[in-house]
Design a protein around this ligand. Sequence first.
Ligand SMILES: Cc1ncc(COP(=O)(O)O)c(C=O)c1O
Length: 440
Amino acid sequence: MAELALFGGKREFEYEWPTWPYSSGEELNALDRVLKSRRWFSGFLGGDSEGEVGKLEREFQDYNATPHAIAVANGEAAIVIALRAAGIGAGDEVILPAWTFMATASAIMHLGAIPVFADISPDNLCLDPEDVSRRITGKTRAIITVHYGGRLGNIEELLDLAERKNLVLIEDAAHAHGSDFKSKKAGNFGLIGCFSFQESKTMTSGEGGMITTADEEIAVLARSYRSNGRSIGSPGYLHYRLGWNYRMTEFQAAILRVQLGRLDEQVKLRTRNAHMLSAEIDSIPGFMSFKDPEEMSQNSYYLYPFRLDLDYFGIDREKAINYARSKGIDRDPSLIPASMIVEDAIRAEGLSCHTVYIPLYRSPLFESSTWEDCGMQLFSRFLGRGIDLSPLKNCDRSFDDVLDISQYVLLSEEEGMSKAAEILKKISDNADEIRNTLRL
Ligand SMILES: Cc1ncc(COP(=O)(O)O)c(C=O)c1O
């Protein structure tokens, strides 16, 4: 008789995890306020001071202790504008982790610049400064670091490297609202910080983004680029730069002002719960937690990553491919993580977890040679050189053995954390069922 729910055993617990996105009557009131105001647009420059967007920007500045906050339509727009305002353009090389969402790379490519993939550190899943330094060439202009899951990994080393090599450091802080390092909030380390408010993020209006910077000139440029190249104090139909309409609506901002009001309390709760879960996980054979750097008193925990001991579960890539086939999954084998069966087993017990990223160098985009896909092979023909798509050791390893629990699970009561740990313990105790299935 199977114990694990994946193989027909009884699901151990029925537990109601919190759901996401979260809203209350406050969001409804905020939307109603904007509807009735008949002011749905944030102004020609995208942040009129008396509007919701303008207010959100000031509140975000205060919360984040950031001199300038510029609201935009989404997180990708934030990165495009950040790069453009920092002077990055055609043919420049920008180093980024291959362990991130495509928008970090596509923002670079939209400006005609070249993404250069670097590896991550195995202990925090953030950009590895040593690998970055190996990839710096005469064409390198910027580094984008991604605070994966909310963790500010290697931030001091990356800052130091950028300073020494005279490179711009941009923080992709799409995961890191409220995370801090030595009491300084994410988005205040590099020249520019970029946040996302897409639905899964820890504060959301469905879509949305924010740029943070201490640099007055960058702030002026960013406001102009987000609003079709307009300029403060100039008529609305005079355009000074090639910009975009990347403005946020008043509806988005009104919702985000409410969500910002809850952010700190939720970050604190997730940080506490994550630490509780980590203490449990480290005593369960087959699973390992990631530690926060001591300098971080808050981690947004947009994701709670944990590592599997593949040997313990008797898993490898080949077995995962066979398992996937047995389930009728017909996918390119290089896109199947070794962890798949354990992920399925955990989910079958009722705990939501998933493999988040496929290393970007495996994206079909880069193999395409058509205009329609704007594949990199074609793109690079014009730039005279291609993108290095060689596999990176720690990105590949993490694709196989890291699973993530989503942030809203960490908004549960303490009981929720004990349930999550009990589910992982049940999987660990019954690892034989997984090993035996994979042997078939
Ligand atoms: C690391 C990272 N960067 C950038 C983005 C892009 O944000 P958006 O979806 O708001 O454009 C995301 C969104 O998921 C992300 O996770």
